[in-house]
Design a protein around this ligand. Structure first.
Ligand SMILES: Cc1cc2nc3c(=O)[nH]c(=O)nc-3n(C[C@H](O)[C@H](O)[C@H](O)COP(=O)(O)O)c2cc1C
Length: 343
């Protein structure tokens, strides 16, 4: 492995400089927001270790988000961000909470920024980061004033799009990476891949799965054990059973919860058929289902009936270790890869 003074490490620092400047961190590695997992402990550990942590607001109320931000601030003086889901019915109230705390970076996930949200975030000086699931949307988001993009492929854990990280990176990085910083996410388990995406023009990367088993992560021991046991092929995408009910696929470890989700979809599709709910409400019910199922696995440790959301990089998670060590390993691997390029 290389040391911090090697050519590889210098090259890595140079390639990460823009991402670090944007984030205000020492390394351009974000820990992607993970509902129930990305709370004060993991977020502060990530930022304290030189990376960039993100609080997953998920389905939290504005009051809970307020408490979580305050608690995170008590644990770190380094910058961190907040990830909000666009579908949240109180999105504007959540943004107001971020304003109150002068949060420096806000990530909007789950769709294009709804009316008023972009202005409300930029108005108090926060940097806005959005997910770009296609080149056309990346360009549209940049035109609308978004400060940075996350390009996330279907290898990722949690809610996913249909296209792989490698294809999205090839399509999007050459076109827009000079305009705004782009962070690549999905399927990254080792530093060699980080070096590759930086070489392609990424400003940095976002990892989720690789940080779930951090010592500082509050995920239940059963959740962490399931990760350590699993291989890439165990992390599969959920299946849409009814064409009328467009559900966003979720990547998670195979278990009985997959069947429960099929039953849930049938139940919601029936409510739609009977005219008892509108499409928006139907989709919200599906999202609430996921939030509950993920909580059951992450917090209660029921890894059979709960949702063990995990990306395909889960096979590269081998043990529980502190965030600082995970970052050090990733950085050493990336530096080593760039060192070899020099030959
Ligand atoms: C358990 C779990 C929960 C997640 N929850 C969220 C979430 O609430 N909001 C979000 O934007 N992304 C969520 N994600 C995606 C991550 O933020 C991150 O983008 C993704 O994990 C990166 O891909 P990787 O898993 O291959 O590293 C979740 C991922 C996992 C594994």
């Amino acid at each position: 492995m290389t040391t911090n003074t090697s050519i590889g490490a210098e090259r890595l620092a140079r390639r990460m400089a823009r991402g670090c400047e944007f984030l205000g961190s020492e390394v351009a590695i974000l820990c992607g927001a993970m509902s129930w997992v990305s709370e004060r402990h993991l977020v502060s550990a990530m930022s304290n270790a030189g990376g960039f942590g993100l609080i997953a607001c998920g389905a939290m109320s504005p009051e809970l988000l307020d408490k979580e931000i305050a608690a995170t601030k008590a644990l770190t003086s380094k910058p961190f961000g907040v990830n909000l889901i666009t579908m949240h019915p109180q999105l504007l109230e959540l943004i107001a909470v971020c304003k109150q705390h002068q949060v420096t970076h806000v990530v909007l996930a789950g769709g294009l920024p709804p009316a008023g949200s972009l202005d409300a975030i930029k108005e108090f000086g926060a940097k806005l980061i959005c997910f770009a699931p296609a080149l056309s949307l990346a360009k549209k988001l940049i035109r609308s004033g978004v400060d940075a993009l996350v390009v996330e492929g279907m290898e990722a854990g949690g809610h996913i799009g249909p296209v792989s990280t490698s294809v999205l990176a090839q399509e999007i990085l050459p076109e827009v990476s000079e305009q705004v910083p782009v962070f690549v996410a999905g399927g990254i388990g080792r530093g060699e891949a980080i070096a590759g995406y930086l070489d392609m023009g990424a400003a940095g990367v976002q990892l989720g799965t690789r940080f779930v088993c951090a010592t500082e992560s509050i995920a239940h021991a059963n959740f962490k054990k399931a990760f350590i046991r699993a291989s890439a092929r165990d992390a599969t995408a959920s299946v849409q059973i009814d064409p009328r009910l467009p559900v966003i696929p979720v990547r998670a470890l195979k278990n009985a919860a997959g069947e429960l989700f099929t039953a849930k979809q049938r139940e919601v599709a029936q409510l739609l058929d009977d005219g008892k709910v509108e499409m928006m409400e139907a989709q919200l019910q599906i999202e609430h289902y996921w939030a509950g199922a993920l909580r059951r696995a992450v917090i209660d440790g029921d890894v059979e009936h709960g949702s063990v959301m995990a990306g395909q990089s889960v096979g590269m998670v081998k043990k529980e270790e502190p965030v600082a060590e995970i970052i050090a390993t990733l950085m050493a691997e990336a530096a080593h890869a760039l060192e070899k390029r020099a030959a």
